[in-house]
Design a protein around this ligand. Structure first.
Ligand SMILES: *[C@@H]1O[C@H](CO)[C@@H](O)[C@H](O)[C@H]1NC(C)=O
Ligand SMILES: *[C@@H]1O[C@H](CO)[C@@H](O)[C@H](O)[C@H]1NC(C)=O
Ligand SMILES: *[C@@H]1O[C@H](CO)[C@@H](O)[C@H](O)[C@H]1NC(C)=O
Ligand SMILES: *[C@@H]1O[C@H](CO)[C@@H](O)[C@H](O)[C@H]1NC(C)=O
Ligand SMILES: *[C@@H]1O[C@H](CO)[C@@H](O)[C@H](O)[C@H]1NC(C)=O
Length: 491
């Protein structure tokens, strides 16, 4: 397949596979049924490895057409589990009324909030408003409006012209408002399926640790399986990379920029766990190592870093849709070895090193994507460059880092609602340039170095007990400057 966008490639593959099976069915009427079944099975096995939010509904339709029961089930489950992304796809907008109803009525739908389901319904209708408007009451039957927040009901739902116009739709809205007006202990009096929370099947997760220094830039990538307490290697990076920004977007892991052992790079590689395969996406405009990378809305931000001669204040963002990097407003400060995190629709850049005044930084800036502006928020209690920054329950953690030669084990937490930092329990080890990720209410800090050694150990923080514990099993290598992300465990 020539160089095409991932989405185009998937459609091409699907088309080819479909054609392949159909051709076989026409050409081989006399072939033994068994042989044909083998070919069909191979085809289905292959398509299973290609599942992605942009193609899973097409693959589901393909499986249905060719009576591949197992693939049908897998593609359907995949669509439910990745609904937040599936609802943005062309495939979703092209579904029939009956198909949309069947999807959004499922108890197994995985959505961060029920608001997503409402938004999915509205965008499906607006895609062909003239023909679909009349289906609104039928669809609203399956949106669990009572579970929406009060603010959302009042500000968004009530203002939606499509709802205002039909009394059946209004009845659903009234039902939801009634639910909110009743005291909690009387809400069960409203007899409807729409007050029942969805119960998605949570997918097992693994933690992926990408590249790093051990002691030089390496290509190795390893995953940690939380259920089995086991590390295993996956596909190497296409080239050596440490000090990259690593983050997760649209079902894939992005390794952005970094240092390849001789040069700070602007290249970006993306990992598809289902295929265990890395492939390139467009490069950033600037070379950046020790940058911060995070996803906010549907953009991936590359924040600050070091280009080989100076620390950077510039920030650029990658859009999956346009497949391009564009600059956004720069920070107020040059920051290399910066940590980033996203809380409540804002991006935070924490500490780092300001090449100009040769200072490790205690300052923190917040980016608002709507106004495209950076502003300072409260300073940390101490200077931290190369801190491990992560987000847990709406709070921003800065773990370890260093100020000059002093490597820290202290950890502090920022609460956006009070604009203040507070100290929590120290880590077991001093760590700088460690990786961070959050899963199941725990914050993991992976590797890093303590000033003399690159660490293979991983520790996690439980906010309920204010304690750090070491993971029972270390990584295969001591790694500092590795990037970390959490992904679904591949099937
Ligand atoms: C609302 O929509 C339903 C379904 O299209 C229709 O049967 C009903 O007449 C509509 N009600 C009003 C008041 O427009
Ligand atoms: C609401 O209904 C009226 C009368 O049926 C119609 O003229 C108008 O276009 C509708 N508005 C919307 C937003 O659908
Ligand atoms: C650890 O990594 C650093 C870079 O962070 C490297 O300079 C150093 O040689 C490594 N130390 C060991 C003991 O591997
Ligand atoms: C680093 O990247 C540069 C530019 O792409 C390349 O010429 C060089 O060989 C790379 N170095 C290593 C060690 O891979
Ligand atoms: C993990 O590494 C740490 C040092 O970073 C070491 O003290 C510990 O014994 C190791 N644990 C295991 C199980 O190897």
């Amino acid at each position: 397949v020539p160089e095409v966008w991932p989405e185009q490639r998937e459609i091409l593959l699907l088309f080819t596979a479909s054609l392949f099976v159909q051709t076989l069915c026409v050409l081989l009427p006399a072939a033994s049924l068994l042989q044909l079944m083998d070919v069909r099975q191979a085809c289905c096995d292959f398509l299973r490895t290609q599942l992605h939010p942009t193609n899973c509904l097409g693959i589901r339709a393909f499986a249905d057409l060719h009576a591949c029961t197992q693939l049908l089930g897998q593609a359907h489950a995949y669509a439910e589990q990745h609904f937040s992304e599936v609802m943005l796809s062309e495939e979703f907008l092209g579904l029939s009324l009956q198909q949309v109803c069947s999807l959004i009525s499922s108890d197994k739908l995985t959505v961060s909030t029920e608001e997503k389901v409402f938004e999915a319904m509205i965008s499906w209708i607006k895609y062909d408003k003239e023909a679909r408007l009349e289906h609104m009451p039928k669809l609203m039957e399956h949106v669990r409006l009572p579970l929406l927040s009060r603010d959302y009901l009042v500000q968004i739902v009530e203002e939606e012209a499509l709802i205002k116009n039909n009394s059946t739709c209004k009845d659903f809205l009234i039902e939801a408002m009634k639910y909110h007006l009743l005291p909690a202990d009387q809400r069960h009096l409203i007899k409807t399926d729409r007050t029942r929370p969805r119960t998605p099947v949570s997918l097992p997760k693994v933690m992926i640790v990408v590249g790093g220094q051990a002691p030089k830039a390496i290509r190795s990538v390893e995953c940690y399986d939380f259920q089995e307490d086991r590390w295993y290697q996956v596909a190497d990076l296409p080239s050596r990379r440490c000090r990259a920004g690593v983050t997760f977007m649209g079902g894939r892991v992005y390794a952005v920029g970094g240092f390849n052992g001789s040069l700070r790079v602007r290249t970006v590689d993306v990992y598809d766990a289902m295929r265990d395969q890395w492939s390139p996406v467009p490069s950033m405009q600037e070379r950046r190592s020790t940058l911060g990378a995070a996803v906010l809305g549907d953009l991936l931000y590359a924040v600050g870093g070091f280009d080989g001669s100076t620390g950077l204040s510039s920030v650029e963002a990658y859009s999956y849709k346009t497949n391009e990097w564009t600059f956004v407003a720069p920070m107020n400060t040059r920051r290399s070895s910066v940590g980033v995190g996203v809380v409540d629709g804002k991006l935070y850049a924490v500490g780092g090193y300001d090449g100009a005044s040769r200072q490790c930084l205690s300052t923190v800036e917040q980016y608002d994507p709507i106004s495209n502006q950076w502003c300072y928020v409260a300073d940390m209690s101490t200077r931290r460059s190369g801190a491990g920054v992560g987000v847990l329950s709406g709070q921003l953690y800065a773990a370890g880092g260093h100020d000059g030669p002093l490597v820290r084990k202290s950890v502090e937490v920022y609460d956006p609602s009070s604009n203040s930092w507070r100290q929590v329990c120290d880590m077991n080890m001093c760590r700088r340039n460690a990786g961070v990720c959050a899963i199941n209410g725990l914050l993991y800090v992976i590797g890093g170095d303590d000033g003399s050694c690159n660490l293979s150990s991983v520790e996690f923080y439980n906010p309920a007990t204010d304690k750090w514990s070491l993971l029972p099993t270390n990584m295969s290598n001591g790694r500092s400057y590795a990037g970390v992300s959490v992904i679904d465990k591949p099937l």
